[in-house]
Ligand binder design. Structure first.
Ligand code: 9UX
Length: 72
């Protein structure tokens, strides 16, 4: 199955941050699609919850030096 998670991402200050985070997310096993927006600080991630969890997605963003939380 596929779920869509929305995450608030802090610490993005330029378009290269967006590309960097999208690249990190798209390489994660279980992530099918990732779109990050600088102006809204939001990331939308399509993922397979049997492979990766929301917490693991948040940890991957934070490991890259940004802040991340669930947008709910
Ligand atoms: Mo831009 Mo983001 O020079 O980590 S890449 S601030």
């Amino acid at each position: 199955g596929t779920l869509v998670g929305q995450f608030i991402i802090g610490g993005m200050t330029c378009a290269a941050c967006v590309n960097s985070i999208e690249g990190i997310l798209r390489k994660l096993h279980g992530v099918k699609k990732a779109v990050v927006a600088l102006t809204t600080s939001l990331g939308e991630v399509e993922y397979d919850p049997s492979i990766i969890s929301k917490d693991e997605i948040i940890n991957a963003i934070e490991d890259a030096g940004f802040e991340a939380s669930l947008a709910q």
